[in-house]
Design a protein around this ligand. Structure first.
Ligand code: ADP
Ligand code: MG
Length: 734
């Protein structure tokens, strides 16, 4: 408990003006109550070193993986289980089948035939099975001892009968004494890491420390879930759930335990998110909006197109937020090409027009520049003064912009991370827009917000976020959706081709650029081998330029290029001096080249589906017919090939995100570092939608005072909210 208090002091709840007090408790006497509770030391909150069998070395390794307290250790759950009542008997093994078998080591030793090999013979009640190693013999000899019970997996081969060669193995019990400790039939197998294994905390080592800790401390675990909600959801007590998760009596019981723990986890998280939002709502902002007037109408009139109905609706939603006295917190979702920029522009213009400053932050320089050009054009002839600030803004210009921003002479600034720099100050920043927000961390958007006095916030994303994620990662935001593409857009036709098709593909591209259109050719960059890949892209570029399209203007753009060069190349493409652009994924987000009608993506299997969808969104931005060609050398029977086929058949960004989420998990979809999602130990954001909804509903009802909590429960929850503990966040939410 002491530790928690120390951490909450770190949050500065006693001094900070935006104190994270929650709505639950009248805060005037909160500090006293918490101080009081801090005295009641809970042993389960002690450092993990206090567990029997955990010395300083093991404790340090556990710290590394985020296990600090005994309670943390008890929440390190099995990855899978070994069900001893349902094992494949050795006598029934079939040649060629893939199996997991459990047996006791009966003999072991080095044998000699044509070459020497090491044989370990395991046995169960039904028969014997030889395990054979030709290499790594010393290691096996040291690890596997007679009398051990081990679990082995592999494919059964035939050599005078069934055997396993070089199987994966796991020590289940070191000896009979250990086996006697485990009377249950279902044995937990824990996830481990290289660091943990170094200090003997493999699955079995973990079992050895977790089992006694479970017996001693499970009943002391503090349950944040209020009793009334636990009863409503029919949750078994926390201690029982934790026990059944580690040593289930049956898989039914394990499932019940999983639900109970997942709901607790999701409830706590929902509470944090909702509370955070509510706190935000209690703030008042100093700025206000004047009514749209003639000048605003003139700006809208100057647009080269008519706004779609969805755009108009969303602009209305934002206006009404901007008019409130609480700051806006809004997520703008819209598929690639749906026209989010103009929504940002018009809403920023209106606020700027009322005398306040607005800032738009984009993840890349190319994109910031593009936005600047678009926005400056739209606002031409108005009184709004626009500036662009990026890492490559020359020093003298930068000085000027810095000055003008702090003096309030610039109304609207567009930029990259450069906006976050400490010397950039605003006179009256009232509105922050973050484009392609999955490219930013939560801290970054907070840093920009901190430059104003409770500015309105809008984050924009073209990665449609499946509902489960939206509710968890963005549960504190209101959502606006542009669910309509500008008129006349035709879906991009997608095709999957083999590398042998290149001649045809190149002919097709030649034909398209012959009509005055432009083309992208994308090479993936894999971070681990940046150099190699870059050489590949550069080589491919040389080949395309000199051998394939000698009569065309081929350009190359990648992230390692000097900024100036990159900017010039991009400008050449925008203005049509380049008609075929060879690129890495620097063009992935946001780039808007209406004349581009073909995008060829090499090694398509290396991209995630959402990423492919983003790339595909670089074309199809006009009324012309557009094409996306994926090239892969994967086998048609392979899973990656089928995944790509599904992609070519599907143009709906939401469906693609759902698919991507299932295949690759939330980290990939939201950007791992940026996601701001906690690492859930039990809950599963892909499959637990109904639990997420239930947990959220409970949290809402709770904050609405529907549950009649005891004072003690209120304090506990409140303290939980303040400390923000129990979630190792992948990045700092809250
Ligand atoms: P995204 O939502 O992917 O950021 P953009 O804002 O870049 O999309 O807009 C894509 C393209 O569509 C741009 O060229 C933009 O000028 C154009 N556009 C936006 N709104 C409309 C509209 N209502 N009608 C026609 N074209 C539009
Ligand atoms: Mg965009």
């Amino acid at each position: 408990m002491k530790k928690v208090i120390a951490r909450s002091e770190g949050h500065g709840w006693a001094t900070c003006p935006c104190t994270p007090t929650s709505l639950l408790v009248d805060t005037s006497y909160l500090a006293d109550l918490i101080a009081l509770m801090a005295c009641s030391e809970n042993p389960a909150e002690n450092e993990v070193m206090y567990v029997k069998g955990v010395g300083p070395k093991k404790a340090a390794a556990l710290e590394e993986v985020g296990i600090h307290t005994i309670a943390d250790l008890l929440h390190h759950f099995p990855r899978r289980y070994l069900d001893r009542s349902r094992l494949t008997p050795i006598a029934g093994l079939k040649i060629g089948s893939e199996v997991t078998v459990v047996g006791k080591v009966v003999t072991r030793g080095l044998l000699r035939a044509r070459r020497s090999y090491y044989e370990v013979l395991i046995a169960d009640d039904t028969g014997n099975l030889p395990l054979i190693w030709f290499g790594g013999i010393k290691y096996i000899e040291n690890r596997l001892k007679t009398g051990m019970t081990i679990s082995v997996s592999g494919t059964i081969t035939d050599f005078h009968g069934p055997q396993l060669t070089h199987p994966d193995f796991e020590i289940v019990f070191a000896d009979e004494a250990e086996e006697k400790l485990h009377t249950g039939r279902i044995i937990p197998l824990y996830p481990s890491t290289a660091g943990l294994k170094k200090v003997f905390l493999d699955s079995r080592g973990l079992r050895r420390i977790i089992k006694p800790a479970l017996d001693k401390y499970a009943d002391l675990l503090e349950d944040v879930m209020p009793a009334a909600i636990a009863a409503e959801l029919e949750l078994p007590p926390l201690a029982e759930s934790v026990r059944q998760m580690h040593y289930p009596d049956s898989f039914d019981k394990q499932q019940t335990a999983r639900r109970s723990l997942a709901l607790r986890e999701l409830f706590r998280f929902a509470l944090l998110v909702i509370d955070r939002r509510a706190r935000f709502r209690k703030r008042t902002k100093p700025h206000s909006l004047t009514r749209p007037d003639q000048e605003y109408a003139a700006i809208v009139k100057r647009l080269p197109f008519k706004l779609t109905q969805a755009q108009r609706r969303v602009i209305g939603e934002i206006f009404s937020d901007l008019r409130q006295s609480q700051p806006m917190q809004r997520l703008l979702q819209g598929d690639v090409g749906s026209g989010k920029t103009v929504v940002a522009t018009l809403t920023m213009a209106l606020l700027a027009h009322s005398g306040w400053q607005a800032a738009l932050m984009a993840p890349t320089e190319i994109l910031a520049r593009q936005h600047y050009n678009t926005i400056a054009t739209i606002l031409e002839g108005s009184h709004i003064k626009v500036a662009l600030l990026t890492g490559s803004t020359p020093a003298s210009e930068r000085r000027e912009i810095t000055h003008d921003l702090s003096a309030g002479e610039i109304d609207l600034v567009i930029g990259t991370h450069a906006l976050l720099s400490e010397d950039i100050k605003f006179d009256n920043l009232a509105y922050v827009v973050v484009d392609e927000q999955h490219r930013f961390g939560v801290e970054q958007r907070e840093a920009l917000l901190a430059k104003g006095n409770h500015p309105d916030l809008m984050v924009m994303t073209a990665t449609p976020i499946p509902r489960t994620l939206a509710l968890t990662a963005y549960g504190d935001l209101d959502v606006s959706l542009i669910d309509q593409l500008p008129e006349g857009r035709k879906p991009v036709r997608s095709a999957l081709r083999a590398a042998t098709d290149h001649p045809n593909i190149y002919r097709f591209i030649r034909n398209e650029v012959g009509k005055g259109n432009q083309a992208f050719i994308i090479y993936p960059l894999v971070e681990e081998s940046l150099k190699v890949q870059l050489t590949a892209a550069t080589k491919a570029y040389e080949h395309l330029r000199t051998d394939v399209f000698p009569d065309q203007n081929v350009g190359l753009i990648h992230g390692q290029m000097k900024r100036d060069e990159r900017r010039r190349t991009m400008a050449d493409f925008v203005e049509g001096r380049i008609n075929i652009m060879v690129a890495t994924t620097v063009v992935e987000v946001g780039i808007d080249i209406p004349d581009a009608t073909v995008i060829l993506i090499e090694h398509a299997e290396r991209f995630g589906l959402s990423q492919l969808h983003q790339l595909r969104g670089r074309v199809g931005r006009s009324e012309r017919k557009s094409y996306c060609i994926l090239v892969t050398e994967m086998e048609p029977a392979s899973a990656s090939y089928r995944r790509l086929e599904e992609f070519t058949d599907c143009t709906d960004g939401f469906a693609i995100s759902e698919l991507d989420l299932k295949l690759r998990g939330p980290g990939d979809l939201l950007g791992i570092r940026q996601s701001g999602l906690p690492i859930f130990r039990v809950a599963d954001l892909v499959h637990d939608l109904s639990l997420i909804l239930t947990a959220r509903e409970c949290a809402l009802k709770l904050l609405d005072n529907k549950y009649g909590l005891s004072d003690e429960e209120k304090v506990r929850l409140n303290q939980y909210i303040i400390s923000g503990r129990a979630f190792p966040f992948s990045s700092g939410v809250s």
